[in-house]
Design a protein around this ligand. Structure first.
Ligand SMILES: Nc1ncnc2c1ncn2[C@@H]1O[C@H](COP(=O)(O)OP(=O)(O)O)[C@@H](O)[C@H]1O
Ligand SMILES: [Mg+2]
Length: 336
């Protein structure tokens, strides 16, 4: 937005010998501010000029204060934008903090079985060397054969372990990455899968995850911010189910409707408390103990979805449990 400086205000007094009402009205309609007819009294002209000066001074002051107001507004907008960005980042960091123990555990698992496999290889290596040298007894030869036949499985296991570690680390890396604010086309199902991956450990013990991700049009936007929305919804569901003291189900489905891609996230927990539903999207409202929740998740998630010209609908399902719908405009379709 470029603001050109307003033109200097001018005050015009017509000094005229015409006395016809029509002529005077014409002059006033075409930009004159005042008129005086000849012959005129110098004192009257001076008085009228003084009125003009007073009006001009007032006009100039109001132009100045308007410009200052515009400047303030711009500063406030920038401040609000910076704050919003800081909050999004704070929410990401707090989520990473809460998920980190579980993520470390997820990395530790494949590391453990890779370590066991390496130890097995190490223990049998001498046997293999001896087998090649042809110095083994029949019994040892059989043992070397058994080990050799186990090798493809050992390698497969280690490969899948390394892939798992890589996937977890990549997910974490992008989540911890500062927001780029760049938009590009992405697939919502892939985004949901990577959010589930980040929450895998949190969901593992008490939550059965059911997904039904149908092929939907791509979304144009910031994949990492949308991922943040789902991580928030999934961790909320896990918290709610965990708190209920019973194991439960998290169901994630996607579909397309009226140009929108809709992801429904439903859990079998106790549902949103009434007080939360009445104060939806109010930041810092949390029912969780210190260190477990910031109360930012839902309000930030809604802002992210709104920024993508979509909507986040939060309600309880008639059959119980929280029911959240993320609606995003799909690419290449007219949004109705
Ligand atoms: N799936 C859910 N089931 C029940 N209550 C929920 C669910 N998700 C959120 N809530 C309630 O909404 C509150 C606000 O959620 P949120 O904005 O994500 O903040 P936080 O998770 O940090 O508390 C939670 O404290 C909780 O009381
Ligand atoms: Mg939350």
């Amino acid at each position: 937005l470029s603001v050109s400086p307003p033109p200097e205000p001018v005050y015009t007094i017509i000094v005229t010998s015409r006395t016809e009402k029509r002529d005077i009205a014409y002059a006033l309609e075409n930009g004159a501010d005042d008129y005086i007819t000849k012959p005129f009294d110098i004192a009257e002209l001076r008085a009228r000029i003084n009125v003009g000066i007073r009006l001009l001074t007032f006009k100039r002051q109001s132009i100045d204060s308007n410009a200052r107001l515009l400047e303030y507004t711009k500063q406030m907008e920038k401040l609000a934008e910076d704050r919003a960005e800081q909050l999004v980042r704070a929410d990401r960091l707090s989520t990473i903090g809460r998920l980190s123990a579980g993520i470390a555990h997820e990395i530790n698992n494949p590391c453990s079985f890779i370590a066991v496999n390496i130890q097995t290889i190490e223990e049998h290596w001498e046997l293999i060397v001896d087998a090649f040298a042809g110095v083994l007894s029949d019994e040892k030869k059989a043992e070397a054969g058994r080990f050799a036949s186990m090798m493809p499985d050992i390698i497969d296991e280690m490969k899948s372990g390394v892939t798992r570690i890589k996937r977890i680390v990549n997910g974490l890396k992008t989540y911890a990455h500062p927001l780029s604010g760049k938009s590009s086309p992405f697939r919502l199902d892939a985004c949901i899968e990577s959010a589930l991956q980040l929450c895998a450990n949190k969901l593992k013990y008490h939550v059965r995850v059911k997904t039904e991700l149908t092929a939907t049009p791509k979304i144009f936007g910031d994949l990492y911010q949308i991922e943040q929305v789902f991580v928030n919804l999934f961790t909320n569901a896990a918290d709610a189910i965990e708190e209920s003291g019973k194991d439960g189900t998290l169901t994630v489905t996607t579909k397309e409707e009226g140009g929108f891609v809709i992801a429904a996230v439903r859990d079998s927990g106790p549902g949103f408390p009434k007080t939360v539903l009445e104060n939806l999207f109010v930041p810092f409202k949390t029912t969780k103990p210190v260190g477990n929740g910031t109360g930012l998740g839902l309000s930030i998630s809604r802002n992210i979805v709104k920024d993508h010209k979509g909507d986040l609908i939060i309600e309880n399902h008639p059959d119980g449990g929280a029911y959240c719908k993320v609606m995003l405009p799909g690419m290449g379709r007219e949004v109705q």
